[in-house]
Design a protein around this ligand. Structure first.
Ligand code: B12
Ligand code: SF4
Length: 448
């Protein structure tokens, strides 16, 4: 069967497409199916997207959707299904949004199946059943419209049995490779949708979601990429790369000896120490992104379920710099229970930490998360939240302690801080290049 994955870009194209389809496409190809990939970039009109998809000749259309991609994704599905050439082509959606808002997805015209959780085996089973003309409503993880919710199959194990990701579907710039070595995160952050996979599988009694690939398997993929002339810079996308110190130690030893390509990763400050940071640097680590999220210890403790102190951030950031690794971090603004004073503390900490760069996002309550429930129960969420954009620049919430203007003001103050940091870095450049850096900051602020 010929499956066409459509990547839905929203305000801008990210440097990598959705990762899930990279795994799914490789798995389908391994089992003899054809896969094509189309990126619906923001420049493309609806008609152009439809024309590209029709030309790709799909027998099944597949969408991977975050909540942010949902609105345009639903719109494009309606446009695609309105075309006579595609009216009878079934549509399946998977990823974070369909997993945690499946009822909404299946109630939306054009969607036939919502995949809950991991998709490799479920999608293969769906494709096989469609091809054979067999019933498709009893496939674990694959919820068919107007049918009962299916059960969950156990997480795929071992991850080493999965084929390496299909790079054409990831649409990476040549030389940069994105790698996933683990699935699942055990931490309890209340705003995070990623950790909800663990909870989903736990509650369904389907098994332990957290798994990691072996060193042999990860390195074999990287060696293959080097042999193909693709290995320039490696971005490890894992939620918390540094979770298991034994795994990281062995990784650093082997990666440093065998590959030593520059790489970046995400970490939590609680999971690193000075020694590990030096090991990572020696192996080729050039940049680490840490989640700071708030400068208010009260907000982190009482609202986010994160017990870490501000001092820990300062210490770990210093150790990271001492190891010669660049730093970036992320902040959130506008959580339920936050005040202007908390936002000021976040801005102050951002300034004090003096990182290479940072991201800052207006809080959006993702379906399935603990903070989504808080917002719903306390009436902060508007009734029509499902039709409002999740753009991370404007809050959709009505909060007692913070107005939209307060959040907007602090969003702008973060943009101004980022401009100042860029200026400090580019101050010695000619004025036109400094303006280029300003434009970059403003573009990011305008597109989230
Ligand atoms: C890598 C990553 C990115 C990458 C790639 C995006 C992507 N969707 O893969 C980039 C940098 C582009 C990115 C950007 C953003 N991201 Co991001 N990202 C991640 C991260 C860290 C890992 C994703 C990943 O690689 N997973 C590994 C793969 C194998 O798992 P998977 O994607 O879940 O796919 C499996 C199943 O879901 C399913 N599946 C997935 N798609 C499909 C499709 C079909 C047809 C089927 C059948 C099954 C299926 O099968 C897959 C294989 O088993 C996740 C956290 C996480 N752990 O999920 C956040 C995460 C997905 N991102 C998130 C967010 C908020 C964003 C941004 C909005 C941030 C921003 N600044 O605005 C943007 C939005 C991007 C967009 N296009 O809309 C949220 C999404 C929450 C939500 N409910 O929507 C997450 C969960 C982080 C979090 N902690 O909450 N992100
Ligand atoms: S550590 Fe990161 S991925 Fe894990 S639950 Fe917290 S925010 Fe989510």
């Amino acid at each position: 069967m010929r499956v066409v994955f459509v990547e839905v870009d929203t305000e801008r194209s990210w440097a990598v497409a959705s990762i899930g389809p990279g795994f799914l496409a490789a798995y389908l190809r391994e089992h003899g199916h054809e896969v094509a990939f189309i990126r619906a970039t923001v420049e493309l009109s609806d008609a152009e997207v439809v024309a590209k998809v029709v030309a790709a000749g799909p027998q099944l259309l597949a969408f991977s959707l975050t909540t942010r991609q949902w609105l345009r994704g639903a719109h494009l599905v309606a446009c695609l299904r309105a075309d006579p050439a595609l009216a009878a082509v079934p549509v399946v959606a998977g990823g974070l949004h369909p997993t945690f808002a499946p009822e909404q997805v299946l109630a939306t015209p054009g969607f036939d199946y919502a995949c809950l959780g991991e998709g490799e085996e479920a999608l293969l089973e769906l494709v096989t059943a469609l091809e054979a003309g067999k019933p498709t409503w009893r496939i674990a993880n694959m919820w068919k419209r107007d049918r009962p919710r299916p059960g969950l199959r156990p997480p795929f194990e071992p991850l080493d049995r999965l084929p390496f990701a299909a790079r054409d579907v990831l649409d990476e710039p040549l030389g940069t490779v994105h790698m996933c070595t683990q699935r699942g995160c055990p931490f309890p952050c209340t705003y995070c949708a990623a950790r909800m996979y663990n909870q989903l599988y736990d509650e369904a009694g389907a098994g332990e979601y957290g798994r990691r690939r072996s060193h042999d398997n990860v390195l074999a993929e990287l060696h293959a990429l080097r042999a193909a002339g693709r290995l320039g810079y490696v971005i490890f996308l894992d939620d918390t790369f540094t979770i298991n110190h034994g795994w990281v130690r062995e990784f650093c030893r082997r990666y440093g000896e065998e590959l030593h390509a520059p790489f970046s990763l995400h970490a939590r400050v609680e999971t690193v120490n000075e020694k590990m940071l030096h090991m990572l640097a020696a192996a080729g680590c050039q940049m680490i992104t840490y989640g700071v999220e708030s400068g208010s210890e009260r907000v982190r403790r009482e609202i986010m379920d994160r017990q870490v102190t501000n001092q820990r951030f300062k210490d770990v950031f210093q150790w990271t710099r001492d190891a010669g690794i660049l730093l970036t971090c992320n902040f959130m603004l506008g959580l339920p229970g936050e005040t202007r004073d908390d936002l000021q503390q976040t801005l102050d900490l951002a300034e004090e930490l003096g990182v290479h760069d940072f991201g800052y996002f207006v809080f959006y309550p993702y379906p399935g998360t603990a903070l989504f429930k808080v917002c719903q129960e306390r009436g902060y969420l508007p009734a029509d939240y499902l039709t409002r954009p999740a753009n991370h620049r404007q809050s959709i919430l009505t909060l007692p302690g913070l107005s939209q203007d307060d959040i907007g003001e602090y969003f702008d103050r973060f943009t101004a801080l980022r401009r100042r940091m860029y200026l400090a870095r580019t101050g010695t450049l000619p004025p036109e290049e400094q303006h280029g850096a300003y434009d970059h900051v403003d573009r990011l602020a305008a597109t989230g």
